[in-house]
Design a protein around this ligand. Structure first.
Ligand code: FAD
Ligand code: NAD
Length: 464
């Protein structure tokens, strides 16, 4: 095949890679994208999108089941039934529609997409094994966006009943007994969904509480709800290995006791790691930061004109961070002056209730040396929350005590993921408590709680 030469070669067509390619093409750079599997990467194909589709289906089914016993809303339905095959087809339809959209965007931007595993032979050359043969691509700039992969546990390799999130997004039947190892993002999002769809679920978490990356004030509500849903959560517990006479998972409790948990499926969600093998990284000898590619505040690696974005650069491994980095790198290559100087990368955990966190928690703000004012406003005092039967939760605001600049915004509750955009905007604009208090918020909405929390922090709450 004829060698290709271009200005920008993007290795990996996930959100970090394909957004970088689109932005580069918009800026007039001749761009080639290499993707080994499917456009959209982890997020679109086996991550954010399919998981949120299943979570939604589980919520709707669980809600309908509640109505089978009557409800304060006066709605009563016959016992609902769930057809997993139909739901999976609906979920797959969303994924393929979005994937088609990405393909169309790349085509319209005149980006050449090469399908196959790309292997870098140096900082300017990539060899791709395509269906049609060996394709050599040389580029002035290489952007590594190879993403991440699930971490297996020693003694519990993936295979048979032991599955990663990818398989748990495509079960062909609802497992009768599902054991989830790891009470983090994926374990709790998917564990809760499968519980609502009918599985008996046990979560085995090594730390002393679930979602250790969020503060306990936020996670307490999720823990309580898991209990109400009938999800068993074993804390200070570690998976030891598979007991094949079952199958079952052998775990070790905090007190050293061993326990056997029978399970049809064991979902291991103990984190993800940057994908750094299989594409010639060793040839480039880039500086690493642990198992991630080291980058500076412009996503430059230690080699000139080799860039890295997204999960391959380590935590936080979130889609919106990958996108922001990819966009920025394209602009820098095109000659713009940019650096990754975000005040906050908000995070949402799509549990029940949802958690959103942007900026600093009170504890993190104090640890950073700030003297702070903090206030919370409960959904029990919000009309919209009542009409949505969503009173379990609150909004919390953290601000500097001296000049009232907002340092952090967090919330826990049903649907609070949608507050994340406002949180991020307030932080990036350097809002003070007074700015939020002076902004007219629509009634009745959950967003009113953000203004109310600011008012409480200023000492003149109206509804608290
Ligand atoms: P990826 O999306 O992993 O894409 C990398 C791409 O590179 C892949 O398509 C891969 O095939 C390709 N590739 C790798 N090596 C090569 C090679 N040698 N040649 C060619 N191509 C190659 N994040 C959120 O922000 N919100 C969520 O709700 C959320 N939910 C998630 C749920 C699950 C179950 C999982 C697993 C992840 C979730 N994430 C979520 C994380 C999110 O998916 C990642 O942060 C995001 O996909 C990272 O984008 P990326 O472009 O860095 O990498
Ligand atoms: P995670 O880091 O969120 O959680 C892993 C959990 O496993 C932790 O609580 C950890 O204490 C526990 N653990 C580790 N070893 C263990 C062991 N031996 N036994 C029992 N527990 C153990 O990781 P994840 O849930 O696999 O998710 C990976 C990444 O994917 C996340 O960090 C996040 O970046 C991304 N993600 C984001 C979202 C979202 O934004 N809503 C959703 C899913 C995934």
């Amino acid at each position: 095949m004829e060698p290709i030469s271009c200005a920008v070669l993007v290795l990996g067509g996930g959100p970090g890679g394909y957004v970088c390619a689109i932005r580069a093409a918009q800026l007039g750079l001749d761009t080639v994208l290499v993707e080994a599997a499917q456009l959209g990467g982890t997020c679109l194909n086996v991550g954010c999108i399919p998981s949120k589709a299943i979570i939604h289906a589980a919520d709707v089914f669980h809600g309908a089941k509640r109505f089978a016993g009557g409800s304060p809303l006066g709605i009563r339905v016959a016992e609902p039934e769930f057809e997993i095959k139909t739901m999976m087809m609906w979920k797959d339809g969303i994924v393929s529609r979005l994937r088609g959209g990405v393909y169309g965007l790349l085509r319209r931007a005149n980006i050449k997409v090469v399908s196959g595993i790309g292997v870098l032979s140096d900082g300017k050359t990539c060899i791709v094994g395509t269906d049609m043969g060996r394709q050599e691509i040389t580029a002035q700039h290489v952007v590594i966006a190879t993403g991440s992969e699930s971490v297996p546990l020693p003694g519990l390799p993936f295979g048979g009943p032991v599955v990663s999130s990818t398989e748990a997004l495509a079960f062909d039947e609802v497992p009768r007994r599902l054991v989830v190892v790891g009470g983090g993002y994926i374990g709790l999002e998917l564990g809760t969904a499968w519980r609502k769809l009918g599985a008996e679920v046990t979560v085995v978490e090594a730390a002393e509480r679930i979602l250790p990356q969020y503060d306990a004030e936020l996670t307490r509500r999720v823990m309580a709800r898991l209990g109400k849903l009938g999800v068993e959560v074993l804390l200070n517990a570690k998976a030891v290995g598979l007991d094949r006479s079952g199958p079952a998972l052998r775990i070790e409790r905090g007190d050293g006791r061993e326990q056997r948990l029978p399970a049809d499926r064991i979902l291991v969600t103990v984190g993800r790691r940057p994908r750094i093998t299989g594409f010639g990284l060793e040839e480039l000898d880039l500086r690493m930061s642990g198992n991630a590619i080291e980058i500076d505040d412009q996503c430059r690696t230690s080699m000139r004109n080799v860039w890295a974005v997204g999960d391959v650069t380590g935590e936080p491994m979130l889609e919106h961070r990958a996108v922001a980095q990819g966009e920025m790198v394209a602009e820098i290559i095109a000659g713009e002056k940019r650096s990754f100087d975000k005040v906050a990368i908000p995070a949402v955990c799509f549990t029940d209730p949802e958690i959103v966190s942007a900026g600093l928690s009170p504890e993190a703000a104090r640890a950073a040396g700030h003297t702070i004012k903090t206030a919370t406003f409960p959904f029990t005092a919000n009309g919209r929350a009542m009409t949505l039967e969503a009173e379990d939760g609150f909004v919390r605001i953290v601000a500097r005590a001296d000049n009232h600049v907002v340092l952090g915004l967090q919330a826990v509750g049903q649907g609070v993921s949608e507050l994340s955009a406002g949180f991020a905007l307030a932080l990036e604009m350097g809002a003070r408590l007074e700015d939020i208090a002076a902004t007219v918020h629509v009634h009745p909405t959950l967003g009113e709680c953000v203004r109310e929390a600011a008012l409480v922090a200023l000492g003149h709450g109206l509804h608290a």
